[in-house]
Design a protein around this ligand. Structure first.
Ligand SMILES: [Zn+2]
Length: 317
């Protein structure tokens, strides 16, 4: 038997249900929706989540499709899908929660006595982390921008999570992030590999759903949960990630696409006023790769306009 939250799932069975977090003002139970498929044979428990940011859709659909397609009779171990972690942010069609306006991906491990997002994070840490062996967290560039397909490998946890990161299948490995509080952090702190996979933006695309499905299935092969050899690249490119913020507000014009290679000083974007006068130019701080580019044209002072990656090393599996 496999147990997570309120669900108990026998070998060969599937189940779905909600881990309760709180009740909405209109009396409906809110929580973390789970889809679980428990294989006939023993193996690891892989959890795949999406919707930590409510305006990132491709991963949510990818999780439902992978879970619907898995045959528990040929699965070794257990696949836990969390198609939409942050339902109040999804309802608001926004990066942050419509209930308390917090960014769930900066507040883990949360607080069981805090506002809804803090309780949600604390519930995940208390009930999901102990019940899984590995975590894959799916994101996009969000409504405001588009990101190159890449995997985020938390710096300092290379030994624990590199195998999982490479099996995601993307050439770019962002050795990230200086910030804390993501869903990866409490999972890694518990000694379990955790990665974030990024692709696309706020506009749902079937091609990005397929990218996420390919990553999940390859990771399952690598963990020996399904038959077949995991496909690995001959080489991967590890990068840093630096957020460029504009001082000027205005209209954003980009000159580089996510994933594009740049030389130091190359013009990546510029910001104009309503008359067309250039207010600010964003140039590559060094040779490297453009990871994320703003798509929303409105720029306010201090907004993120580009995430730029400096190439750190080549990784050969
Ligand atoms: Zn995100």
């Amino acid at each position: 038997m496999y147990s997570i939250g309120p669900l108990t799932v026998a070998p060969g069975e599937r189940a779905e249900g909600l881990i309760p977090v709180g009740t909405s003002s209109y009396g409906v139970e809110l929580g973390i929706p789970l889809i679980v498929v428990n294989g006939i044979e023993d193996g690891p428990v892989l959890c795949v989540d999406a919707g930590v940011h409510g305006d990132e859709y491709d991963g949510q659909e990818a999780i439902r499709r992978v879970l619907a397609d898995i045959d528990p009779a040929t699965l070794r171990g257990t696949l836990v899908g969390i198609p939409c972690m942050n339902t109040p942010a999804f309802e608001a069609a926004a990066r942050t929660s419509g209930l308390d306006y917090l960014n769930l991906n900066r507040i883990f491990p949360g607080d069981a006595d805090g506002s809804y997002s803090l309780r949600l994070a604390a519930t995940f840490v208390e009930q999901v982390v102990p019940a899984i062996d590995a975590l894959v967290d799916l994101h996009t560039g969000g409504t405001f921008g588009e990101i190159a397909p890449l995997v985020i490998l938390q710096g300092g946890y290379e030994e624990l999570a590199t195998d999982l990161a490479l099996a995601a299948g993307h050439e770019l490995v962002w050795k990230g992030g200086k910030w804390g509080g993501t869903v990866r952090h409490p999972t890694l702190a518990a000694g379990k590999p955790a990665i974030t996979i990024e692709a696309g933006g706020g506009t749902y695309r079937e091609s990005n759903v397929d990218l996420h499905i390919d990553s999940i299935r390859n990771i399952m092969r690598q963990l020996k949960m399904t038959d077949g050899e995991a496909k690995l690249r001959d080489s991967y490119t590890a990068t840093s990630g630096t957020f460029a913020r504009s001082a000027a507000g205005g209209f954003f014009l980009g000159h580089a696409e996510p994933g594009e290679t740049c030389k130091e000083g190359d013009l990546i974007a510029h910001i104009v006023d309503h008359y067309g006068n250039t207010l600010e130019e964003v140039t590559a701080p060094q040779d490297g790769i453009v990871l994320w580019v703003r798509r929303i044209r409105t720029v306010r002072p201090g907004d993120e306009v580009v995430i730029f990656g400096e190439v750190l090393e080549e990784i050969r599996p």
